[in-house]
Design a protein around this ligand. Structure first.
Ligand SMILES: O=C[C@H](O)[C@H](O)COP(=O)(O)O
Ligand SMILES: C=C(OP(=O)(O)O)C(=O)O
Ligand SMILES: [Mn+2]
Length: 461
């Protein structure tokens, strides 16, 4: 997040038609929104949000778009990771630091293993709204609204907690701001300096992945010492660009945080650098597609196993009709057993169209299962197999596998089955903490990075 920001002396005002368009979604079908019981409170909160400073700058979103354009062309690779659902009470320094360290470690494994620049992005500092399969949840005969993420309601199973509360939009804004502040401090203040690769491993449990990382960090150290002795200047390695993204789901939050870029009069959603539209809200005639077609951030769309080539083209027409490089990312989440059949027709159709798209693999959301002891989980082997299928399909089509999108945490949780620590169904009970979907823990995340580095190395070989 260190784009050069030119602060213009003369502001370009927005075209009134562009401003009016930002509210067109209100008259379209909109899915997965809460029913706010108090509309007056919602209006007051929206006004507060609209008057608050933006969380990111438009210039930073533009810089990210350029990086994503490089990933599209195979000159970089996107790593996006973080919680399924961030939780306000867990936005503390220790957890945020562990997540950043984990993503930095994964990025360095990929950079070193595949000699490829990695674009680093968190599912962080705003990932508070969740689409749900069901609007309600029933426990022991009591039915309450489903938990829709901390920005909407609380997870506790009481009527008070589950009732949507607009004040939570302000809490989400402030928690995003403090999270982003810490991310900026960690990545711009010297902590992310590549000469400190060893320190990013400190404090984590010693696992096989931890040891592999130590080995690689020793090699990097040696290479840096050699290059320094040879006169190279490593000060450029002091800081790291780290971007923030979340699902652009809750339009009552995204709309007031949308601002007009004074450089050119264009609207940007300044709640994050990157917003994606979920599998459940990507209807062509729906509110989400309309809204995000009007803001200038780089935008992602999740594509599940039933997506057709024509759906993909229609999404390109809606979100990136002119084919601006880096503007549109397709995040496929097909399932390990499906990707090898479902992805190739999409790749073929999009390649024939010619407009650029960044293809990213989410190997999590198509591989969710329930364990026999009742946990919502995923198998590490399925996650890796889906990434493998993604690389295979791109190789066969002659297209570029441009990134991975992963649900992970830097903490030592037990939510995903398998990995080198061989977490089994009984083991899930040890430290199952997620409020929605299961996340890779620190060791599983590192292990994944080593495996993806190999796939990426083969791609570039
Ligand atoms: O990350 C998202 C979840 O997969 C989605 O919200 C659905 O979860 P659910 O089936 O538990 O409602
Ligand atoms: C809900 C999510 O994904 P999808 O829209 O792909 O189901 C998510 O990324 O948490
Ligand atoms: Mn999820």
């Amino acid at each position: 997040m260190c784009a050069v920001l030119d602060w213009p002396i003369v502001s370009v005002p927005a075209d009134p038609a562009v401003l009016a368009g930002l509210d067109a979604w209100r008259s379209l079908p909109v899915r997965q929104q809460p029913t706010w019981p108090d509309q007056t409170a919602l209006t007051a909160v929206s006004e507060r949000l609209a008057a608050s400073p933006p969380l990111v700058f438009a210039g930073e979103a533009d810089a990210l778009r350029d990086h994503l354009a490089k990933a599209q062309r195979g000159e970089a690779f996107l790593l996006q990771g973080g919680d399924c659902a961030e939780v306000f009470a867990e936005a503390d320094a220790g957890r945020i630091r562990n997540k950043i360290k984990t993503i930095l470690q994964m990025a360095i494994v990929l950079t070193y293993g595949a000699s490829m620049p990695i674009v680093k992005m968190g599912r962080m500092a705003g990932q508070y709204a969740k689409p749900r399969s069901s609007d309600q949840e029933t426990r022991d005969g009591v039915t309450l609204p489903a938990y829709r993420g901390d920005i909407v309601n609380g997870h506790d199973f009481t009527e008070a907690s589950r009732t949507p509360d607009p004040q939570r939009l302000l809490d989400a804004y402030h928690t995003s701001a403090s999270t982003l502040n810490l991310i900026r401090a960690f990545t711009m203040g010297g902590f992310a300096d590549m000469r400190r690769v060893h320190e990013w491993n400190k404090g984590f449990t010693v696992t096989p992945a931890y040891r592999s990382y130590e080995g690689m960090a020793n090699e990097i150290d040696r290479a840096i010492r050699f290059m320094s002795a040879a006169g190279a200047d490593f000060d450029a390695l002091r800081t790291v660009e780290f971007y923030a993204g979340h699902e652009g789901l809750l339009l009552d939050y995204e709309r007031p945080l949308t601002r007009i870029d004074s450089r050119n009069g264009n609207p940007y959603d300044c709640s994050a650098h990157f917003l994606w539209i979920g599998e459940r809200t990507r209807q062509l005639d729906g509110a989400h597609i309309d809204y995000f077609s009007r803001v200038h951030n780089p935008i992602g769309v999740k594509l599940g196993p039933t997506t057709t080539g024509d759906d993909a083209l229609a999404l390109m027409d809606a979100l990136n009709p002119e084919g601006i490089p880096g503007r549109l990312t397709f995040i496929t989440r097909m399932g390990a057993g499906t990707i090898r059949d479902a992805l190739p027709p999409l790749l073929e159709k999009v390649a024939a169209d010619g407009r650029p798209v960044l293809w990213v693999c989410d190997p999590m959301h198509g591989n969710t299962i329930t364990s026999s002891n009742g946990y919502k989980t995923r198998r590490f082997s399925d996650v890796i197999d889906e990434v493998r299928g993604f690389f295979e399909a791109h190789k066969a089509a002659g297209t570029i596998p441009g990134g991975v999108h992963v649900e992970l945490t830097g903490d030592d949780v037990t939510e995903v089955l398998g990995g080198a620590e061989e977490i089994d169904e009984i083991g899930l009970a040890r430290s199952y903490e997620t409020l929605v979907d299961p996340r890779l823990n620190h060791a599983q995340s590192l292990e994944m990075a080593f495996l993806v580095a190999e796939m990426l190395r083969e791609r570039t070989a």
